[in-house]
Design a protein around this ligand. Structure first.
Ligand SMILES: [Zn+2]
Ligand SMILES: [Zn+2]
Length: 144
């Protein structure tokens, strides 16, 4: 059994080829964030008849079991393989999502809630460095 199969089994799920493919895809791209459509489009390249509903269900079950992480941006569910606590930085200008480590540890969060923290999803909105730079450049050009 491969590592992906083992992970699925260890989370109490039945191993199916679609589950393996989807988890392999997400886990293999740590740091990337996907919509359900992204995943569906990828799976369709090998499995053209797979319904979107099947993909949604697999993503839902994976999220519930803690195999993957999910959060919403502008009403759209995004999925990622990185389940350890981290900061998702969403750029409102170009739409990309970048991961940042949390400096310090989970105790920082835990000291602010009443109870034990098991997982966290932190979403921060802003303008990424690249977009800030482009903004600056276009300001300079318009000044000339
Ligand atoms: Zn940006
Ligand atoms: Zn992330």
């Amino acid at each position: 059994m491969g590592m992906i199969e083992e992970q699925i089994k260890n989370h109490g799920l039945k191993i199916t080829p679609q589950r393996v493919k989807i988890l392999e895809y997400i886990e293999g791209r740590q740091g990337d964030h996907f919509s359900a459509e992204d995943i569906h489009n990828y799976i369709k390249t090998e499995n053209p008849n797979i319904p979107a509903a099947t993909v949604y269900n697999i993503l839902k079950v994976f999220t519930e079991r803690g195999l993957i992480n999910s959060f919403e941006v502008n009403g759209r569910a995004m999925y990622e393989g990185r389940t350890q606590p981290h900061i998702n930085f969403y750029c409102q200008s170009c739409g990309k999502i970048e991961d940042s480590d949390i400096h310090g540890d989970l105790n920082v969060i835990e000291s602010n809630v009443k109870g034990k923290v098991l997982s966290s999803i932190i979403l921060v909105r802003g303008i990424c460095e690249e977009c800030l730079r482009l903004e600056k450049e276009s300001e300079i050009v318009s000044e000339i």
